[in-house]
Design a protein around this ligand. Structure first.
Ligand code: IPM
Ligand code: MG
Length: 362
C-alpha cells in the first residue's frame, strides 16, 4: 500500500533519531511491499530561525494531508529566553491543537534485559507494562485566561485548568478501549480532593465505566500515583489523566524503563480503531548537548514508528516486526550510551539504527 507521512525532525538530536527511524520505516516498506512517501516540514527552533514562527500554516496543512506525522524533538537553550516572543515548544502545542490530537498514549514497558539499567531495584521495575493516556489539547496547558499582567501591587499571572464534559468523556473512552485489549484495569488519576475539574473528571469516569463492565476502574489522586509509580509500578495497566498531570507523571514513569531514550508516544485524533490519524514522537527532548555526536538512542523514535504503523496505518504485523527487531538487537547486547552496562557492546545512533533495520529485513 501507499502512505503519506509528514516528517518534522525539529531540533537538537531530532534529525539524527529521525534519520534512523526513517531507515527502519523504509526497510519495512521494502520487506512488506509498501511505499511511504515522506513530506518534510519545519517545526520548533529551526522554524523560528528560518520563518520567525515555530509552526507555519503551510506545515500544519501539509500534516493534515498526510496519513500520519513523525516528529523528532523541539527546543534548545538558544531559544530559551523567557522574554522571547515565540518558543519552539509553541510549535508543538499548536500542532497538537491544530491537528486535534487529544489523546496522548505513552506506553512504558520495561525490557527484561534492561532491568539492571534503571536507578530502581530490578524487582520493582520487573514486568512493568503500563500506558499513560494523557489528555493533550485541554486542561492547564490551554485553558483561558492564560496571561501575565502588571498591577500596582506587583506582577500577576494566571493559567486555567478547564475541561468540558465532552473533553473528559472522550479521553476516558480512549483509556477504557485500550484497557479492553490489555489487562482490563483502568486507573483514573485526578486531584478530586482539591480541584473542581477533577471532581467532574471522577464523576464522568464513573458514568463512562457503566459502558465497560469488564474493566476494573480505580481512582487515584495524582500525588499518590506519583508515589505508587516508584513503589509498585507493575500493578498499573492503563492510566488516564489531565494534560499537566500526564506531562509530569510520564517523565517520572520513563525512569522505570531506564532511559527516556527508550520510550515512544502516539498522539491521536480519535479512539484507536482501524486507521486513526496521529502524530508519533519519542518522549525525550532535543538534548542539544548530545546533538551531532552520533550518541543519541534512536530506539524511542523507532518504537514510535511501530506505533504509527499500528494506529495510523493499521499495519499490525509490520508494527510487531519493528518491535521484535528492537528486542532482538537488545538481546544481542547492543546498547547506546544511555543504557550501557557492563559486558554490553556500546554503539552509536547510526549503528543502532543499522542493527535494528537489519533485523527488520530478517
Ligand atoms: C512533552 C513535553 C512538552 C509538553 C513540551 C516540549 C511542550 O514536555 O511532550 O511531554 O510539555 O507537553
Ligand atoms: Mg514533558
Amino acid at each position: 500500500m501507499k502512505f503519506d507521512v509528514a516528517v518534522l525532525p525539529g531540533d537538537g538530536i531530532g534529525p539524527e533519531v529521525i534519520t534512523q527511524a526513517l531507515k527502519v520505516l523504509q526497510t519495512v516498506g521494502e520487506k512488506f511491499g509498501h511505499s511511504f512517501h515522506l513530506h518534510d516540514g519545519l517545526i520548533g527552533g529551526v522554524a523560528i530561525d528560518t520563518l520567525d514562527i515555530a509552526l507555519s500554516d503551510e506545515t500544519l496543512k501539509m500534516c493534515k494531508q498526510c496519513d500520519a506525522v513523525l516528529l523528532g524533538a523541539v527546543g534548545g537553550s538558544k531559544w530559551d529566553d523567557p522574554q522571547a516572543k515565540v518558543h519552539p515548544e509553541d510549535g508543538l502545542l499548536a500542532l497538537r491543537k491544530g491537528l486535534g490530537l487529544f489523546a496522548n498514549l505513552r506506553p512504558v514497558k520495561v525490557f527484561p534485559m534492561l532491568v539492571n539499567s534503571t536507578s530502581l531495584k530490578p524487582e520493582v521495575v520487573k514486568g512493568v507494562d503500563l500506558v499513560v493516556v494523557r489528555e493533550l489539547t485541554g486542561g492547564l496547558y490551554f485553558g483561558q485566561p492564560k496571561k501575565q499582567w502588571r498591577t500596582p501591587e506587583g506582577r500577576q499571572a494566571v493559567d486555567t485548568l478547564a475541561y468540558s464534559e465532552a473533553e473528559i468523556e472522550r479521553i476516558l473512552r480512549v483509556g477504557f478501549e485500550l484497557a479492553h485489549s490489555r489487562r482490563k484495569k483502568l486507573t483514573s488519576v485526578d486531584k478530586a480532593n482539591v480541584l473542581q475539574s477533577s471532581r467532574l473528571w471522577r464523576q464522568i469516569a464513573i458514568e463512562v465505566s457503566a459502558d465497560y463492565p469488564d474493566i476494573e476502574l480505580q481512582h487515584m489522586l495524582v500525588d499518590a500515583c506519583a508515589m505508587r509509580f516508584i513503589q509498585r509500578p507493575s500493578e498499573f495497566d492503563v492510566l488516564v489523566m489531565e494534560n499537566m498531570f500526564g506531562d509530569i507523571l510520564t517523565d517520572e514513569a520513563s525512569m522505570l524503563a531506564g532511559s527516556m531514550g527508550m520510550l515512544p508516544s502516539a498522539s491521536l485524533a480519535g479512539i484507536p480503531k482501524g486507521r486513526t490519524f496521529g502524530m508519533y514522537e519519542p518522549i525525550h527532548g532535543s538534548a542539544p548537548g548530545r546533538a551531532g555526536q552520533n550518541l543519541a538512542n534512536p530506539i524511542a523514535t523507532i518504537l514510535s514508528v511501530a506505533m504509527m504503523l499500528r494506529y495510523s496505518l493499521a499495519l499490525e504485523t509490520e508494527a510487531q516486526t519493528v518491535e521484535n527487531a528492537v528486542l532482538a538487537t537488545l538481546e544481542q547486547g547492543y546498547r547506546t550510551y544511555d543504557i550501557i552496562s557492563e559486558g554490553k557492546t556500546k554503539v552509536g545512533t547510526k549503528e543502532m539504527g543499522d542493527l535494528i533495520a537489519r533485523k527488520v529485513k530478517g
